[in-house]
Design a protein around this ligand. Structure first.
Ligand SMILES: Cc1ncc(COP(=O)(O)O)c(C=O)c1O
Length: 403
């Protein structure tokens, strides 16, 4: 087994990458567990940042990807139609909250946001994009232009896209911009992922939808993190009875394979002609095969239901810990298996994360200043695993209280 990865990486890996655990090295994974190069087994409640929805190395995902590897690794949809691209789009059209949905596939969440912004601008023939302050939509330059969860993401890169308006989630402010500028779309996260697992209010979302209709502004919903059962519904839109104009997808879509995409109704997609956008690797056959298997596993193993059931169980347990450790924990929030524990204290959060790692539990932080610990286990997680994780987490709380 190759060791000293962290040390060797210091010479050859760009220092630009932010790391939760710079010294942590793993060799392999299975189910809800990671296996370290130190021979230790770790219970993982990070899911590779909410990507490994069906857990690690699910046999059905592995089999589907391996089968596709032998058949066709790559051709590009620009050259030929191939089954996984089409079948994945057909399958997704049955689960997304958009009627007659059509899909464009790419490789990441940021690219999905890029595609959504490009489709909106192109179809609307208007330049403006509105985004909510505190949201995260990715790090490529277009996606970064609508990202403000941490201002340090933008430092050194300004000026970004022109005609982007960052607003507080306040309807009057949004309406002022809709009325005075030429706005193609507004992009929102229903649960702010990197922004600390803060959920938008029902009333705000319903009124925003009406405003969008009034001013002919497309509503882009970024479900890169919330999608595929994470929030306790296939898509968080369902909590709001919301039909977005454009839906951004990635992360949980292919169980860890790099796949992203957007969905929009056929009427809107038809306004985006051949060549107006594209990608060499987007919708890669192996990634799409993993995506198809992911949708099937989520359905067959009732993982959305598991997200609801075990999410409620975990939230109840975390809320009890909040009562017990009220001087440490300020709030427990989120939906499904996308829960945040707010400490309002970045040092404590770091201490707790490091303690948990040292005792075999992987937990990562979120929030603009890293003051929230997020619980995003694979959707296959069991009650026993949640209990085992909570035992380590409570020991970490005790330890944080003492030091
Ligand atoms: C809501 C949301 N949008 C976009 C992105 C960017 O996705 P990626 O890192 O795959 O580019 C993320 C990633 O965390 C996200 O949470």
């Amino acid at each position: 087994m190759q060791k000293n990865l962290a040390e060797r990486g210091k010479k050859v890996v760009s220092p630009v990458l932010g790391r939760y655990f710079p010294e942590f090295e793993i060799e392999k994974s299975k189910g809800c567990h990671l296996f370290g190069t130190d021979g230790k087994k770790y219970l993982d409640f990070s899911s590779g940042i909410a990507a490994c929805s069906t857990g690690y190395a699910h046999p059905k995902i592995v089999a589907a990807a391996a089968k596709q590897l032998r058949k066709l690794i790559h051709i590009c949809i620009g050259i030929a139609n191939y089954e996984p691209y089409i079948v994945l789009a057909e399958k997704l059209s049955k689960v997304v909250p958009i009627k007659s949905a059509q899909f464009f596939f790419c490789q990441s969440g940021s690219e999905a946001v890029e595609a959504a912004i490009k489709l909106a601008k192109y179809a609307q023939k208007k330049p403006g994009i509105v985004a909510l302050r505190g949201a995260f939509h990715g790090r490529t330059l277009g996606a970064l232009s609508v990202t403000t969860s941490k201002m340090k993401y933008r430092d050194g890169y300004e000026p970004l896209l022109p005609e982007v308006y960052i607003v507080e989630p306040v309807l009057d402010e949004i309406e002022k911009i809709f009325a005075s500028k030429s706005i193609a779309a507004i992009i929102i996260e229903l649960i702010f992922g990197e922004g600390g697992y803060i959920t938008l209010h029902q009333e705000f979302v319903q009124k925003l939808r009406v405003l969008c209709g009034q001013y002919n502004v497309l509503l882009i919903v970024d479900e890169v993190q919330t999608g595929f059962g994470r929030s306790g519904k296939w898509f968080a839109c369902e909590h709001y009875n919301l039909v977005p104009a454009i839906l951004c997808l990635a992360k949980g879509m292919a169980s860890g394979f790099p796949l992203g995409g957007i969905a929009a109704g056929a009427e809107l997609m038809t306004k985006w002609p051949p060549g107006a956008h594209g990608s060499t690797f987007g919708g890669n056959p192996v990634c799409c095969a993993a995506g198809i298997a992911t949708v099937e596993v989520i359905q067959k193993e009732k993982l959305v239901q598991n997200s609801v059931k075990l999410g409620a169980y975990l939230k109840k347990k975390l809320s009890a810990l909040q009562t017990k450790y009220s001087q440490l924990i300020k709030e427990v929030r989120g939906k499904g298996l996308m829960l945040g524990v707010d400490f309002q204290d970045a040092d404590k959060v770091k201490k707790i994360m490091n303690y948990c790692l040292a005792h075999g539990l992987v937990l990562i932080s979120t929030g603009g200043d890293g003051t929230v610990i997020r619980f995003i286990p694979p959707l296959i997680v069991t009650k026993k695993q949640i209990d085992a994780g909570l035992k380590i987490f409570e020991a970490a709380l005790n330890n944080a209280q003492l030091h």
